[in-house]
Design a protein around this ligand. Structure first.
Ligand code: ABU
Length: 899
């Protein structure tokens, strides 16, 4: 039985071996040249395919009884030509069981049409991501990985070199458009900005646009013919070198950048070599580097050596040499699929009986290709559901005219194997992805900051010194009677204002402020200056306010007393008479001896009485409370924060790197800044104006216990003028000019503080130094000694003296007239016949004139005497008359009060 069976098997084998093998036909398109563009991979891929067919046909274990035969055409990577070749495949016998294609445009048209004839298409050279569309290409498989495979690699490199922006330059072909879209989508997800420029044929315009857009990192997606044009244009437009990094497709031949003479490029090989230096390429790994033999019993390297021997020349310039392993493996995949189909077909259906409407064979073949899995010379060959090949990506860089492997990227795991061999022109590391715009904070120059700080420190030191000095001499009347507590508030306020200059000048050239600290600085600046101003100005304001109030109170009391007296006196008629005779000047002199006594008495009791320091504290506290409230609400609901005002860019003169400077003004800003500034400035302006008014009003009033009120008034004028000028200048005219702004503010603060402290403390210090304490009482008990009369007082004294003399002359004239009248009367009396009547008349007349004379004389003497007494007593003549205003407006001039 066993012997019989063995004989039968041997017989069958002999019959099969001696039988003619059945030929299975396939069609193949190979782009042997690229014409006006495209991929000329057929040059290496056709020999690789032929090698594979030979290897498969020689194997007894694969497709026994069959031989594979291929009909091929040169598609020139032209889809139109490929359509015609497809027609030939279909309508010229023999029937083809499968089609092999290379080059994406050709694969696209053939794979789109092939299903109509139930043909499976296997592409060894179609990289277009569009080919992964199963609906559009239902029977397409490819050993060439999709061009999308390189996109994650590109993005990974961008991230590695910290490039946040790049530009895609691409030729308008579906393969590149779809690749670019995928690249953009991945970049966007990673937060990298992408620009895109496309061209068809001539890239000149696109290159100009790149130049305009300041593109630095450029990913080129085009076939090699366009790549050469792009490189040549890059050379002419200067888009190469240190500042630029180009990414090209990795499957170009190694010497692709050397321009072939037939392309008539306007660049020499040297220029192209120069422009190509340091560019990167990315490409899927297409050759297995391990030593494990593939299904063909060759390793990847062995295959490459065999193919190289075939060409017997340098393969660096052979089109499709890198893809040749894919073409070789495509034939093996096809053969294995036929083998599988043959085994899986029903017994009555034979593979060689395939027709273009045989669904059973077509479906079986499709399933077999889909399930293909073997070790090829290009690595593991298997297809995804969309028919794509999965592969690692290799990154290379051109260094010295040679490609060097930089590393590998595994798309599935996301691992980058990097050898750190990259090089850059000038060895300075990767260039920036765009012109580096360096922010330059506009800071206060040291030339302004340090002198200001010096004066501020001196000012603060002076305040401390003055405080200690006045404390030491607090018992001296000039200090004691000047409200020293109030003056101490002035010193604190001035010190705060001076200290605020430290903060207002920040950031300076030497001192930078971190962004996190900036809001703190903003609030500190505003509050310290604000409170400093309120303390300093508030203390002065409190003084003039109190002086004014006391003067006004005194005037009111005098006025009411005068009124009472006037209502019951017979002087009203005489006053009218005098006023008609000597004019208004005389009117104000109407005051009885009793009234004058009252004035002197009042002066001593009201103007010389001690004033509690709490009155000053209350005023300063009230002003401070307003500040606290406004600041609190401001910080609470609309806090200050850092904002940056940007100014036009400029190129630094000494910069080698590709950088520009953007001046940035760091500002403290609230959302409703104008409102807050308006509230604060409005309030302060009112205070300044009101303070100035009060100072003017009280300029001649002197209280014993505010002995420096005149100097306070002067200081207030100074602060008001300086502040009211500085505020609009700083906010409107020199806004944005850091140094000018700081200089203006600091000058104002320095001048105001120095002058205020100088005016208020200068005379005191001088007095303390010059006058011994024993002389204090004599000199100060009437404010100013008799020998020391101010100019105003002197003027007034002279005026009164002159007026007195005029009145004396007038009185003498009147008396002379009275005397004449008397004589005339006497004469008349003598001549009168009715003596009694005349005598009576004379008597009455005499009495009237005598009265008039007495009244006139008394008033004149009194009036002219008051100021003189006043001056002789060492007081300010007329001082108490000068306070024109009263709060309730009941009395508005000293004339009226005294009348
Ligand atoms: N690696 C060559 C790809 C050519 C093409 O997709 O057209």
């Amino acid at each position: 039985m066993f012997v019989r069976s063995s004989w039968l098997l041997l017989w069958g084998t002999i019959v099969w071996a001696s039988a003619e093998p059945v030929t299975l036909h396939i069609g193949g398109t190979f782009p042997m040249e690229s014409g006006s563009g495209g991929w000329a991979g057929g040059e290496a891929c056709l020999p690789a395919v032929e090698m594979a067919l030979k290897d498969v046909n020689s194997r007894l274990d694969i497709l026994p009884g069959y031989v594979l035969n291929m009909t091929n055409h040169n598609s020139q990577c032209q889809p139109g030509l490929a359509m015609q070749q497809l027609y030939d495949f279909l309508y010229k016998p023999p029937t083809k069981l499968m089609l092999l294609t290379g080059c994406s445009p050709v694969t696209t048209v053939i794979a789109e049409a092939a299903p109509v004839w139930k043909l499976v298409v296997l592409s060894y050279g179609g990289s277009s991501p569009a080919l992964s569309n199963r609906n559009r290409f239902p029977t397409l498989f490819r050993t060439h990985p999709s061009a999308n495979m390189q996109n994650p690699t590109r993005i990974h490199i961008m991230e590695k070199f910290k490039w946040k922006r790049f530009t895609i330059l691409m030729s308008v072909e579906e393969v590149f458009v779809t690749t670019a879209k995928d690249l953009e989508a991945i970049a966007r997800k990673k937060g990298i900005k992408v620009d895109r420029q496309s061209f068809y044929g001539d890239p000149t315009d696109a290159m100009k646009t790149l130049q305009r857009q300041d593109a630095r990192i450029i990913v080129g997606l085009f076939y090699v013919t366009e790549a050469r044009k792009v490189l040549c244009q890059a050379y002419h437009h200067g888009l190469y070198g240190r500042r630029y990094v180009w990414f090209f497709i990795g499957w170009y031949a190694d010497t692709w950048y050397i321009p072939p003479p037939e392309e008539h490029l306007n660049c020499t090989a040297e220029q192209m070599t120069e422009a190509a230096e340091y560019h990167f390429t990315t490409e899927s790994v297409m050759l297995s580097r391990d030593n494990i033999p593939a299904i063909s019993e060759m390793t990847g390297m062995q295959f490459q050596q065999r193919l190289t021997q075939y060409f017997q020349k340098d393969t660096a310039n052979v089109g499709g040499f890198p893809e040749a392993p894919l073409a070789y493996d495509a034939v093996w995949a096809l053969a294995l699929a036929f083998n599988c189909t043959r085994n899986n077909l029903p017994s009555h259906i034979r593979l060689e009986n395939f027709t273009y409407d045989n669904k059973v064979i077509a479906d079986t073949l499709f399933q077999c290709v889909k399930n293909t899995s073997f070790r090829g010379v290009s690595g593991k060959v298997m297809f995804s559901d969309s028919g794509d090949r999965i592969a690692r990506t290799q990154i290379e860089q051109m260094q010295g005219g040679k490609y060097k492997i930089m590393g590998y990227y595994d798309t599935t795991s996301g691992d980058l194997e990097w050898y750190n061999k990259e090089q850059w022109l000038n060895g300075k590391g990767p260039p920036p992805d765009s012109t580096v715009i360096k922010k330059h904070a506009m800071t206060v120059s040291n030339e302004f900051y340090y002198p200001t700080i010096l004066f501020a420190v001196l000012g603060i030191a002076a305040c401390v010194f003055i405080y200690l000095f006045t404390q030491k001499h607090h018992e001296r009347l000039i200090i004691f009677q000047s409200q020293p507590e109030c003056n101490n508030i002035l010193l604190i306020g001035c010190s705060l204002c001076l200290f605020s200059l430290f903060l207002i000048g920040l950031p300076s050239d030497d001192i930078s402020i971190s962004e996190s600290l900036f809001p703190l600085l903003c609030h500190a600046r505003v509050t310290i200056l604000l409170f400093g101003f309120t303390f300093a100005y508030g203390s002065m304001f409190a003084k003039v306010w109190i002086v004014h109030r006391m003067g006004a109170t005194e005037n009111q009391q005098l006025a009411s007393r005068q009124k009472d007296e006037e209502e019951n006196t017979p002087w009203e008629g005489i006053r009218t008479l005098i006023s008609t005779m000597v004019g208004r000047q005389a009117l104000m002199r109407k005051s009885s001896g009793q009234a004058y006594g009252a004035l002197l008495e009042k002066r001593n009791t009201v103007l010389n009485q001690p004033i509690s320091s709490s009155k000053f504290y209350v005023i300063v506290a009230a002003l401070t409370a307003v500040d606290v409230f406004v600041c609190f609400v401001w910080v609470l609901i609309d806090p200050l924060h850092l904002t940056e005002q940007k100014f036009p860019l400029f190129t630094p003169a000494d910069s080698e790197e590709d950088e520009m400077i953007m001046p940035v003004l760091q500002q403290c800003q609230s959302n409703q800044q104008e409102v807050w500034i308006g509230i604060i400035m409005g309030f302060k302006c009112l205070l300044l104006v009101f303070g100035t008014f009060l100072s003017y009003e009280t300029r001649n009033l002197k209280l014993r216990f505010i002995n420096d009120s005149r100097f306070v008034g002067l200081a207030i004028y100074n602060v008001a003028v300086m502040t009211l000028v500085t505020a609009p200048v700083v906010t409107l005219l020199i806004h944005g000019k850091v140094d000018a702004n700081f200089a203006f503010i600091s000058l104002t603060v320095l001048i105001c503080t120095y002058i205020s402290v100088g005016l208020i403390y200068g005379p005191k210090i001088r007095h303390i130094i010059k006058v011994p304490p024993s002389a204090d009482e004599i000199q100060l008990n009437g404010n100013v000694g008799p020998g020391v009369m101010s100019k105003v007082d002197q003027k007034r004294y002279d005026m009164l003296k002159k007026e007195n003399e005029t009145l004396q002359i007038q009185i003498e004239e009147k008396e002379r007239k009275i005397h004449e009248c008397k004589e005339r009367l006497e004469e008349l009396t003598k001549n009168s016949e009715t003596e009694d009547m005349n005598a009576q008349l004379l008597c009455e007349n005499d009495k009237q004139i005598a009265d008039e004379n007495l009244t006139y004389s008394t008033a004149t003497t009194l009036t002219t005497t008051i100021p003189l007494i006043d001056l002789q007593n060492g007081n300010h003549p007329g001082q108490i008359y000068e306070n024109d205003n009263d709060d309730d407006g009941s009395s508005t001039s000293s004339d009226e009060i005294l009348l």
